[in-house]
Design a protein around this ligand. Structure first.
Ligand code: SF4
Length: 275
């Protein structure tokens, strides 16, 4: 069996930055918290815990010390609450996500009704929604059909696919007299989607490695699965199944932007053992 790894898979710059900030904060303050897990990877969260960095789901659970905001970004209320509690704030919001938040504010100021293409329950989207007045979140073109406004401003969650943003925009065309669209999908995500889809075409099976709650990993899996039905989403080496490899000669491997390189290495090692 031959293994080929998609280019650009593994930690993106935003995730690397947030983890670095968390690790450096651990050595400075005695009480360090992240608002939500720093990334969608249990091992990384546990390793930070050993260094004294604990994940909490609300600022209300922090009495003192340092709070780290992860790369997805937070809502303005979280900044206010943290300041009121005199916490030290370490803002790990990815600059690309910050740009989308600013665009949501700008579109609102300019009088556009903001439409966000994304998952309404994802923290990144919640953070963007909180920057716009009465923002509407849609997951697909069907959901934008009922949105009738004079001026629409469309932006996307950074992990969306270009085809979905295009489809939503095209559907919205008949619903407004003016539409302004910003392609806010992260370039690293787009490049990874492209390299993974190309890889899916030339391998017998494709493994997508990453956390089950990672938005970009899930999207990567769905995109690749459309091209190659023998595509499997696994969280790590322990999820591999022998029967997948019976007829396979070429194995492709890709991973979400929050998957540590050592998790990818472990999967490769296990496949070699099977081989
Ligand atoms: S995927 Fe892109 S937008 Fe999201 S954290 Fe990484 S670099 Fe930032």
């Amino acid at each position: 069996m031959k293994i080929e790894i998609a280019s650009g898979c593994g930690f993106c710059s935003g995730v690397k930055r947030a983890i670095k900030l968390a690790e450096s904060s651990a050595g400075i303050d005695k009480e360090v918290y992240t608002l939500g897990p720093i990334i969608h990877n249990l091992q990384v969260v546990q390793s930070l815990e050993k260094k004294g960095v604990r994940a909490v789901d609300s600022i209300d659970k922090i009495g003192r010390g340092t709070v780290i905001f992860r790369s997805h970004g937070v809502q303005p209320e979280d900044f206010i609450k943290a300041k009121e509690k005199h916490l030290k704030i370490v803002d790990g919001t990815c600059p690309i996500v910050s740009r989308v938040q600013k665009l949501a504010e700008k579109l609102t100021e300019e009088g556009y009704s903001v439409v966000i293409v994304g998952d309404p329950n994802h923290p990144e989207v919640e953070g963007i929604v909180s920057r716009a007045k009465d923002a509407i979140v849609v997951q697909n073109p069907d959901e934008v059909k009922a949105v009738r406004k004079k001026r629409l401003g469309i932006i996307a969650q950074t992990t969306q696919t270009l085809s979905n943003l295009r489809a939503v925009t095209s559907q919205a065309m008949g619903n407004a007299s003016e539409i302004k669209v910003y392609n806010t999908i992260c370039k690293a995500v787009l490049a990874l989607q492209e390299s993974s889809c190309k890889l899916a075409k030339r391998v017998d099976i494709l493994l997508v490695v990453g956390g089950v709650s990672s938005a970009n990993t899930k999207r990567l899996f769905l995109l690749a699965k459309e091209i190659n039905p023998n595509t499997y989403h696994i969280e790590g080496k322990d999820y591999l199944r022998l029967e997948w490899f019976k007829e396979a000669k070429k194995i492709g491997l890709t991973a979400g932007t929050s998957t540590p390189s050592w998790v990818i290495d472990e999967v490769v090692k296990k496949i070699m053992e099977v081989n």
